[in-house]
Design a protein around this ligand. Sequence first.
Ligand code: GUN
Ligand code: FE
Length: 437
Amino acid sequence: MATQKLNFFVGTILNPQSDTKCDYYPNGLLVVETQGKSSKIKDILPLERGVKKYGKLITKKNMKDFGSAVIMPGFFDMHFHWVQDDVREMPKDSLLEWLQKYTFPTEMKFSDKKFAEEKAKFFFKKLTLHGTIGGACYSSIHQHAVDSAIKMAKGHFVIGNVLMNMYSPEELTQAEDESLKLTKKLIQKHGKKHCFTPRFAITTTPRVMKEGSRMADKAGCFKQTHLSETPQEIEFVLSIYKKIPGFEKVKNYTEIYEKTGMLGKRSLMGHGIHLSTKELGVLSQTKTTIVHCPTSNAPISELGLGSGLFDFKKVEKAKVRWALGSDIGGGPFLSMLDVMRSFVEQNKKKGVKGATFVKSLYRSTLAGAEIMGIHKHAGNLNKGKEGSFIVIPFHLDQAPKDPESLLSSIILPLKEKREKYGECVTSTYINGKVFEA
Ligand code: GUN
Ligand code: FE
């Protein structure tokens, strides 16, 4: 049996608990116990108390002093397209034009297996170095691209091939039977790591959504799609479904997903910006999650698609679960620090209160783990959870008075140099081990 080993990490520790609570140790000690390939957080406490408690067990060899650098849980990005890494910084139009002009042609390139393998290696390494260690991810239509992504992703990810059967370019159009056969095969191959991923109601037929959804539910897999991202998209969706037998009377976008079995406690709806109270009620009843992607929804002048501002207050009032995502490549940068910044700043600009950094940290970490049902062992640094965390160097003569000031001091100085957020994370630890590129 592998022997147990203790490792001690010293730094400024942040441990998110909820929208309004984040434990803060200005001078803290994180104790991680590893045994073989698994690890557990044994303790989290002020350094002074830790030194007294662990005394001689702390040695030069097993202790890493990060000084005033911040130690916090790794991020969960609950909506991103790994195959859109090259689309991130391309010009942005409105959603439907951007998909046609830039996104679809980029995703076509993943039909080449070698290309997909190389890209997956590069992308997921970069993602880990950005501190993202979990979440839900879209791939292209191609089986080998999902296989490569699942192989290369480090941490807690669910990943799925987008399903496209209509209103799509020829190169990305699959027959319904082909989509369903592939869904069955990928569930068999990857189990719960596979995420059933109809791209959205425009591209995926009701039959594929319905039958695939049933397969996913049976296997306990997650399901993800896009919902109500822009008014133009909603209008197009409703005009298409008016002509589809059985859907002629559909009153709103959410109802289409309800009728095809797409909603539920393992369902992730990207965006959900333009939803009525009635639709939110259905999402709440079915325990469906909305993934809010502020950098993607931001105005075009801020490198987003200009889709609108997500009303988190209305969503919370309706008791709908939600978390944050980057929506790479709708969102321009991989870093969840940039996503947190965008959430806080866009709301502040509109005079909406309550969009704090503490809230954005919770929605980028523990909330994701809760939605994925793995919060008992991931999502923050509570005792007993796995020893996964990130390190962000930070220098100030005096420790900030609370987590909110600390997070704003890390995030705001880079708001005009957003590409630099990618360099903020200097180490990513996964299960007690530092990730080496
Ligand atoms: N809706 C359908 N496909 C996509 C996509 O790739 N990105 C975004 N942002 N929205 C979508
Ligand atoms: Fe998306």
